[in-house]
Design a protein around this ligand. Sequence first.
Ligand SMILES: Cc1ncc(COP(=O)(O)O)c(C=O)c1O
Length: 549
Amino acid sequence: MAGRAPFADPDVNKKAAPAATSGNAARSRLLSQYARRIEQAAARVYDVATISALEDAPKLSAKLGCRVLLKREDTQSVHSFKLRGAYNKIAQLDETARARGVVTASAGNHAQGVALAAQRLGIAASIVMPRTTPAIKVESVRSLGGRAILHGDAFDDASAHAMELAEQRGMTMVHPYDDVDVIAGQGTVAREILQQLAPLRVQHLDAVFVCVGGGGLLAGVAAWIKQYSPKTQVICVEPDDSNCMGAALAAGRRVRLQQVGLFADGVAVRQAGAEPYRVARQLVDACITVSVDEICAAIRDMFNENRAVPEPAGALGIAGVKRWAQTHDVAGKTFCAIVSGANINFDRLRHVAERAELGDEAEALLAVTIPEKPGSFKRFLKQIGRRAVTEFNYRYSSPGAAHVFVGIKLSGGQAERAALIEALRLQDYPVLDMSGNEMAKMHVRFMVGGRAPGLGDEHLFRFEFPERPGALVDFLGAVGGRWNISLFHYRNHGAANGRVLCALQVPRGQLRECRRSLNELGYEYWEETANPAYQLFLGTQVEPDHRGV
Ligand SMILES: Cc1ncc(COP(=O)(O)O)c(C=O)c1O
């Protein structure tokens, strides 16, 4: 309806009056009204949505010691649940409102949901997107027949412009989450979940884990679940740098976060919706937050399970179940994680792969100080044992001590990491744990290097050897015993070949002998001492001549 406030639903607002009735009566009225709306939504949304699968996740279940079910909303045609709420809202507009069209502000999945819903109903849709929106998203809105309007630099600017358009042109604003009809449409996800339990022989669902941006999905799911399966817990899951609903529930009022992390872009919302908050306050059992690294690990879990790749927001539910299992007795329990979407930019997968091991506590990143002398790398790696080395970065800086940035694969999580650090310290290696140091993980690990002006007799070699457990240790054993290693860079990228850049200090008279030993190794290698990239950024000249570069 033109100009109508997004959540000015007369029914819902009336029942919200706190003094009108006791808490319990208000709660049960809220539940029955939403149950009715969700039931009505179910008669509409399947014009565009499909009943997505609820499927077992056997690998995750075995890992966590409980039964984990995945609700596959990533398989909807626009790869998220968002078309349910948008369609439920738009399909209810009368002829006049339809003729005027709809408007929304979104740079994400809601934009596509609105464009698709409007296209199916033959209604004009204007979607205001910040000018910074990636072209791929603008194009996908246009390909669904939506009119993409680029306005402002941030979401708030786009949102204000969408409101203006709604005012001026009488278009209906389709809010992404703060609207009872949108919430009811998202609630059909929970209606399906409860219907799908019997065929899976689930007697009782212990909890459902729901990702939260503005809270539309959470409110719809909680309303249906608490009406028809009140003993099932509803758990809100948010990134720890974007937790507007958890913060609001803790404070007892909606708070506006100063900043939100953008990694899980689908849920990067500063303030929970008013109506979702009102519903969540009464129905949600617990809120948990997870780190970006845990979200990355959850994306990998999903890939391992069924070769599908959810977007970060879509993997929040899985990350939530995993976090819950760390702190609760989950044996014999059945949990459902809603996998809400799969619109991920391919480039982002690089970061996901980089962080997944850390998120599962399957990798330790350590800064270790070892003596700067031949053979000390080899001795240090002996301490690490047969654990795989995932990363090894070092550059000479002083004659006395060498600081090494090292990544080590773990199978025993935090306990193994602590034991390893303890064992290294007992051997007199100063160790700093970098596994939780964001600056080190994001920047410093890639910057270990620099020039070593004045260092004598340095020669740079690039090696390739077949990657396998223990390959790096063997390599160092073969290369590092005789000549001092003054630079080393290795990162296991999951490729078939391990690649190492390594500088050795070889006195002039021993060069021939060194090359002979390297040949005997049987690895492919290239001397790179003359490479201008080395001379400029890593070399030993006090002032390198870069004019010829
Ligand atoms: C993939 C995905 N998951 C979760 C959400 C959060 O939904 P809500 O804003 O209803 O909490 C969104 C919102 O756009 C989303 O795109």
